[in-house]
Design a binder for this molecule. Structure first.
Ligand code: ZN
Length: 195
């Protein structure tokens, strides 16, 4: 497999001019590792109008493939064969796709990480949407972001919390048994196990 890009004519919502935009249908980060960076920075999903500089989000369906991960960004769940040892994930928005890529590129697994978010939300006592940003410092602190009061807040969580969650996942085969095919691993998915 290799990456598949279509050039699509887009009309700028601000100035109305038409320009050609490369839209990825299939991102193969194994064959083109630089694409992994461009996904993480969000660069691949933004088109800038050559006429007025307006930046639009590209949120077309796409499949992202990496060493341990296959993410499908789509409104509908697709059936994907031959995942083997790949973690297959289904997301419905670009932000979630970017987060999955960041998580796996940092050597983490999104399953214990979602449990880690649950624990963190409980401790915060706030109903916020946490997103993984990066690992930080010598102790690999986990940096989450969440929107609050119109701003992006950052939150640091000790790596031991992630390790504890990984141990919990390891002791509960029911959690990993349902991970065949494309799975939506998110807040709702985690809360289903903790209800
Ligand atoms: Zn424009």
């Amino acid at each position: 497999m290799s990456s598949v890009v279509n050039n699509v004519i887009m009309r700028c919502p601000q100035c109305g001019c038409e320009h050609e935009v490369p839209v990825y249908r299939h991102i193969d980060a194994l064959a083109e590792p630089e694409l992994r960076e461009k996904v993480q920075s969000g660069e691949l999903f933004v088109s800038t109008c050559p006429g007025c500089g307006y930046r639009s989000l590209i949120s077309s369906p796409v499949i992202y493939r990496d060493e341990h991960l296959l993410v499908c960004l789509s409104e509908r769940r697709l059936e994907v064969e031959g995942l083997d040892s790949l973690a297959g994930r289904w997301v419905s928005d670009v932000g979630s796709l970017i987060e999955k890529v960041k998580v796996f590129a940092s050597g983490l697994d999104d399953v214990p990480l979602e449990f880690c978010k649950f624990v963190t939300r409980q401790e915060l006592g706030k109903e916020v949407e946490l997103k993984f940003l990066r690992l930080d410092g010598a102790d690999n602190d986990i940096i989450f972001t969440y929107p609050e009061g119109g701003q992006m807040q950052m939150l640091s969580v000790g790596f031991n919390v992630y390790e504890d969650c990984r141990a919990i996942v390891g002791r509960n085969p029911a959690i990993t048994e349902g991970l065949g095919g494309l799975v939506r691993v998110d807040r709702e998915w985690v809360e289903h196990f903790l209800a």
